[in-house]
Write a protein that binds this ligand. Structure first.
Ligand SMILES: C[S@@+](CC[C@H](N)C(=O)[O-])C[C@H]1O[C@@H](n2cnc3c(N)ncnc32)[C@H](O)[C@@H]1O
Length: 238
């Protein structure tokens, strides 16, 4: 909206507001989400409304094994670091871990509360963005989508994964994980697309520019959910 941009920049010029002013934050959120389908706003609402509990129960989860498999597959640039995007970054746990290893990390999430959490915890550039509208201004050595693509509708996944892959350098690595299962379901007002290893292999095979995926099954790293099964993959762009 033109009036909104003019209004915001005029007040910014005289120092009356900045992007942390609550009214401005609300307007930025409204601007970024007004074209989203309402079902997806409800999804980000879940993470906004349960932010404190969600962050407390996921920030310290030990994801080092999966991160290790992803990092091993990453091509590096001269100097040894890689550009990594944490896609659906939640608490910022993994963005911080990658940054502490010396990588150039950025993130995005559909939930304003998760964007704020990642910025505060990992101190990396974090954008309010949905997978369905994903775009980035430069290529990346790695994209880490931990337990986040599972909220994208099955019908949208080939296009979304194809767009993520298009932002990888040749040989770049994508990590993705889903809950184990065979279909699509709603739980707690969240949509889940579940995967078996076979369903995930077929999905990745249909995405064109990706090579042979490494797919493995793991158990949930949260002690109270140890019986939940996850299907993970690291796949490289050809
Ligand atoms: C289960 S959490 C995982 C968070 C984090 N990656 C982790 O492993 O702890 C799912 C995350 O995906 C985000 N998300 C859900 N739908 C999304 C979408 N369409 N686009 C981008 N992020 C989305 C949620 O806001 C939430 O932060």
């Amino acid at each position: 909206m033109k009036w909104l941009v003019v209004w915001r920049s005029s007040f910014q010029k005289i120092g009356a507001i900045n992007d942390s002013t609550p009214l401005v934050k609300s307007l930025i959120y409204w601007e970024a989400t007004r074209s989203w389908p309402r079902s997806n706003v409800a999804m980000s609402d879940y993470y906004d409304h349960h932010a404190t509990t969600f962050i407390a129960t996921t920030r310290d989860v030990d994801m080092s094994e999966s991160r290790g498999r992803f990092l091993t597959a990453l091509p590096t640039r001269p100097g040894g670091s890689a550009r990594i995007l944490d896609a659906g970054s939640g608490s910022g746990r993994d963005a911080l871990a990658f940054r502490l290893l010396g990588h150039e990390v950025a993130a995005f999430d559909a939930s304003p509360a998760m964007v704020a959490a990642t910025q505060a915890h990992a101190a990396v550039l974090t954008r309010l963005m949905r997978f369905e509208e994903f775009a980035w201004e430069h290529q990346l050595e790695g994209i880490w989508a931990c337990a986040s693509l599972l909220h994208v509708a099955a019908v949208d996944l080939p296009g979304v994964i194809g767009r993520l892959a298009a932002h990888l350098v040749p040989g770049g690595a994508l990590y993705l994980s889903f809950k184990h299962g065979t279909g699509d379901r709603m739980n707690d007002r969240r949509r889940f697309t579940d995967m078996t290893a076979e369903r995930l292999a077929a999905l990745l095979d249909g995405c064109g520019t990706l090579g042979q995926p490494d797919i493995w099954v793991s158990w949930d790293c949260r002690p109270d959910r140890a019986s939940e099964v996850w299907v993970n993959s690291v796949v490289k762009k050809t």
